[in-house]
Structures are given as C-alpha cells and as structure tokens.
Design a protein around this ligand. Structure first.
Ligand SMILES: Nc1nc2c(ncn2[C@@H]2O[C@H](COP(=O)(O)OP(=O)(O)OP(=O)(O)O)[C@@H](O)[C@H]2O)c(=O)[nH]1
Ligand SMILES: [Mg+2]
Length: 233
C-alpha cells in the first residue's frame, strides 16, 4: 500500500483537482490530506472528497502548526495503517501528479526519491525572486550539509518504509519548511540511498503561498540547530 500525503492550508481552489488527478492515475494509491483548520474551508472540501472517494482520508488539526508538523502527523498516521511507501507533495498543483509513476519507478532503486527542479531536464517555472530564493536556499543547505543532491529543498518525494521508520524513530526538529531538508539529511545519516528524477515545477495559480519571511527565518534557525545541535534524540 502506498499513501500520498498532502498537507493543506487554504488550498480550496486546488485540492479537489489534485485528488482527482491522483485518482485517475489508477495506481491504487491512497491519499491522506492533512489540514490545519484552513479558514477557507479546505478541510470541509477534503471531507467531501473522502465521502466521495474511498481512497481519500483526512486528518484535521485544530490550528496552523507548520508544514513539518503536518507531515509528521501524517507519517505517524500512515505508519499505523501499515503503508509500504509514502509519496509527499504540495496541494497547489505545483507538483504534478503525472510524475508519480516516475517517482515510483525510481523508488525501486532508491530509498528516497526527490522530484528535483534542478536536475538536467527539470524546471522551476516561477517569478525571478522565487527562483532566486530556491537557488539560494539550496546553496545554503549544500554549504551547511553537503547533501550531494541538486534540490534539497523540494517538497515532492517518494519515501521507502525504511526512510519513514528512520524519521519516526529519530524525530524531527523542523516545524516548518526546513522539514524537507531534514528528511534528506536523516536519510543520508541513516546510510540510505537518495536519488532524483527531474520535474517541471509550475507556480500556483490559485491561493496564496505560505512561504514568507517568518517561514524563511524559522527555516534558517531550524537548519542551524540541525547543523550545530544535531538531530533530535
Ligand atoms: N497542514 C499544513 N499545510 C501547510 C502549512 N504550511 C504550508 N502548507 C502546505 O504545504 C504546501 C507548500 O506550501 P506553499 O504555500 O505552496 O509553499 P511553496 O510551494 O514554497 O510556495 P509557492 O511556490 O509560492 O506556492 C501546500 O500544500 C500548503 O498548503 C501548514 O502550516 N500546515
Ligand atoms: Mg507551493
């Protein structure tokens, strides 16, 4: 069994289309939406989708608690359900469902597969300052950790059960977006294989980004803590 975990905060214009695109892949995937009580009603839309489609489940949290925390709750949930693998992706259609079969194919070889915007053949279609921020974040991460991947900050991943177990055993310190990097870091630390496939990332058309200066600053602090204090435990 493979779960696709999708964290949502104000994604009412995107979530239904994404779920339907995943369903039409007809790969027998299960979908878990982790919503942080979105004021725009995304949680209610997710519940309606779960009523309509048997492959959809929803986890509700009472307040916005950050991307990393949402994923951790999702990981704990799917672990208890006995999942063999996890795909994780953004809700805003930037990560296209058509790449899921390619991630799954690469997962035969790697424990953690990254949907990489900066591999040969990949693309990041966005305004210049967004592209600049992603490049800068990757430079910072490679300076701190030297993870040896071209896109350590991507949010589109396929994880083996071993990676899932590693993350749950070790725990994570990142509350927010630094979670994406900590996932690659923990996988490498555990000596597991990391690989990537090139993806074309399209900027969101509906809804607003949750990336802001507060998130950037929080991410920097989390990464410095990870570097100098080590992972949890
Ligand atoms: N549950 C939950 N989901 C979140 C939270 N913050 C962000 N998300 C979701 O995480 C995903 C990535 O967030 P985005 O706002 O798209 O961030 P981004 O992709 O870096 O920014 P853009 O490129 O501008 O879209 C989306 O599906 C969001 O809805 C949070 O605190 N809780
Ligand atoms: Mg986005």
């Amino acid at each position: 069994m493979t779960y696709v975990i999708i964290p949502t905060y104000n994604e009412s214009g995107n979530i239904a289309r994404l779920v339907e695109e995943i369903g039409s892949l007809a790969l027998g995937l299960r979908v878990l939406i982790v919503d942080d009580n979105s004021p725009d009603g995304t949680g209610e839309i997710a519940d309606t989708l779960a009523q309509k489609y048997a492959f959809v489940e929803v986890l509700h949290n009472s307040q916005k608690d950050g991307l990393g925390r949402a994923y951790l709750r999702g990981f704990e949930y799917v672990w208890k359900r006995g999942t063999d693998r996890v795909i994780k992706m953004d809700a805003d259609l930037s990560h296209q469902a058509r790449y899921i079969p390619l991630l799954l194919r690469a997962a035969k070889k790697y424990d953690l597969v990254l949907g990489s915007r900066f591999d040969k053949g990949g693309r990041l279609i966005a305004v210049w300052h967004r592209r600049f921020l992603s490049r800068l974040a990757n430079l910072f991460v490679s300076f701190l950790f030297g993870l040896g991947v071209s896109d350590a900050t991507t949010g589109f991943h396929c994880l083996s059960k071993k990676v899932l177990q590693t993350v749950l055993d070790k725990g994570v310190i990142s509350r927010g977006f630094a979670f994406q990097v900590e996932l690659v870091y923990l996988t490498r630390q555990a000596g597991l294989e990391v690989g990537g496939i090139p993806i074309e990332y399209i900027s969101r058309e509906s809804g607003r980004s949750k990336m802001n200066w507060g998130e950037v600053w929080g991410g920097i602090v989390d990464l410095l803590r990870l570097k100098f204090c080590g992972p949890r435990d």
